[in-house]
Ligand binder design. Sequence first.
Ligand code: MLT
Length: 251
Amino acid sequence: MAETYPAILFVHGFPLDHEQWRPQLARLTRWRCMAPDLRGLTDGAAPVGGYSMRVYADDLVGVLAAAGVDRAVWCGLSMGGYILFEVLRRHPERVCGVILCDTKAEPDTAEGKAGRDELMRVAERDGAAAIAERLLPKLLGATTRAQRPEVVTMVRAMASRLLVPGLVGALRAMRERPDSGSLLGEISVPALVLGGSEDEISPAAGMREMAQRIRGATYVEVPQAGHLAPLERPEIVNAALEDFLLHASFR
Ligand code: MLT
């Protein structure tokens, strides 16, 4: 049993904002939870020198510092996971546990980079709503799309209101992100890995393999969930988070 409750910093995916974590923020009231929006998506604060994983990582460590928190459990979904890897490289002393949801350690392939370029053009030409329409079918699993129209509506609204410069910056940062594969074997804090069984962007088999590469990690596959498992099946994800947060030994 953990002696004290650690703070938790939630890092959202793309093209999303902190609202993505609404079910977790509503449930995990015993813990001090922080869920900032990444730079530029809702505030128009462009970084000097351009967007990168490094900029996001440093921004988020700034959020912890401003809150007076030394170390937190970091919970990153997809792009949030890419940022979490950068935090582990640059600021490992700020991390006492990791929760990796629907993400991957590998960098973009050449095809993936071309896809980012295309999406940047779409964002600049047609706006955030067009990005939302393009990505929605992949973000949500088939079960959610068929059975939970309110989740589809919520994600569409969330993605559609984001600011184009921030979207383009995030796409560029993801396009240029480094390979984090070798980092997995170096993670020495408690780790929970979650994968949606219907995730088409970060398939569950890859998440299982990621967990196998992290010493002592727990893997939970979330049934009938796609890429946004915490939003699609909050009851299952929240139970897994609570179990991890209550029983892992955070230092
Ligand atoms: C995300 O959810 O953050 C994105 O799917 C990540 C990506 O496009 O690689």
